[in-house]
Write a protein that binds this ligand. Structure first.
Ligand code: AP5
Length: 216
C-alpha cells in the first residue's frame, strides 16, 4: 500500500503515521523528519533548509522533490508519505517520480482540524530528539514528565512550535498546501477525509477502518 497523509501542521500526521505503518508494515517517509535529520547531521541540504523551517515557510520545491524521490527509491515495499507533497509543484514532481518507478498512490488521507485546535496541539507538543517519539503535555503524556518513555532522556520543544512560528506555518498551509487535496481529487485518487478533531485513538480507529475497507 502506498499512501499520502495530508493535513495542516499539528493535525496529527506523524502520530497517525506511526500507527498506520505498524498496522500494515509500511515505511514512514516524513519530509519534516528527514529535514530535521539533515539539519542535525549538518549536511548542505540541512543548512539550506534551516531558515525556511525556522520561519515556518516551505523549503524550496526542487530540494524537497529530489530528497523525497531518493527516500522513496530506498523504501522497499509500501510507504506513507507524511508532509509531502505540500505544493502543487511537489505533487507534479511526485507524479513523475512515481511514473518512473512504475508505482501509484492507493489513497490520500486528509486529516481535517480547525486552526483554533492546532495552536494548543503544537505549543503542547514535546518530542524526543533521539528516537523521534512525539508526546503532548495534556493529550499524550509521557510516563514521567519531560522524559521519553523509551529511556532516551529529556524531551524538547521544537523551535518551530513556538506561538509566532505556528501562526506562520498555518498561513503557509492555507496559502500553498490546502490546494493539494484538490489536485488529487481532480486526478481521481481515492480521498479519505477524516475528522481529526477527536481523541487520538478515535482518529486512529476511523483511519484504520477506512484503510481496511479500501484494501478489501
Ligand atoms: P513537519 O515536521 O512536516 O511539520 P508539519 O506538517 O507542520 O507537521 P507537524 O509535524 O507539526 O504536525 P503533525 O501533523 O505531524 O502532528 P503530530 O502528530 O506531531 O515540517 C516542518 C517544517 O519542515 C515545515 O514547516 C517546512 O519548513 C519544512 N517542510 C517539511 N516538509 C516540507 C515539504 N514537503 N515542502 C517544503 N517544506 C517542508 O501532533 C501534534 C501534537 O498534537 C502532538 O503533541 C500530538 O501528541 C498531539 N495530537 C495529535 N493528534 C491529536 C489528537 N487527535 N488530539 C489531541 N492531540 C493530538
Amino acid at each position: 500500500m502506498k499512501l499520502i497523509l495530508l493535513g495542516p501542521p499539528g493535525a496529527g500526521k506523524g502520530t497517525q503515521c506511526k500507527r498506520i505503518v505498524e498496522r500494515y508494515g509500511l515505511v514512514h517517509l516524513s519530509s519534516g523528519d528527514i529535514l530535521r535529520a539533515e539539519r542535525a547531521a549538518g549536511t548542505e541540504l540541512g543548512k539550506k533548509a534551516q531558515s525556511f523551517m525556522d520561519s515556518g515557510g516551505l523549503v524550496p520545491d526542487d530540494l524537497i522533490i529530489s530528497m523525497m524521490a531518493g527516500a522513496m527509491t530506498k523504501a522497499k515495499g509500501g510507504y506513507v508519505l507524511d508532509g509531502f507533497p505540500r505544493t502543487v509543484v511537489q505533487a507534479e514532481g511526485l507524479e513523475k517520480a512515481l511514473k518512473k518507478a512504475g508505482q501509484t498512490i492507493d489513497a490520500v488521507v486528509d486529516l481535517q482540524v480547525d486552526d483554533a485546535v492546532i495552536s494548543a496541539r503544537m505549543t503542547g507538543r514535546r518530542s524526543c530528539p533521539k528516537c523521534g517519539a512525539v508526546y503532548h503535555v495534556e493529550n499524550l503524556k509521557p510516563k514521567k514528565a519531560g522524559q521519553c518513555d523509551k529511556n532516551c532522556g529529556a524531551l524538547v520543544q521544537r523551535e518551530d512550535d513556538k506561538l509566532e512560528v505556528v501562526a506562520n506555518r498555518l498561513k503557509t498551509y492555507h496559502q500553498q498546501t490546502a490546494v493539494v487535496v484538490g489536485y488529487y481529487q481532480k486526478a481521481g485518487n481515492p480521498i479519505l477525509r477524516i475528522n481529526a478533531d477527536q481523541p487520538i485513538d478515535q482518529v486512529t480507529k476511523t483511519v484504520l477502518e477506512k484503510l481496511d475497507s479500501l484494501k478489501k
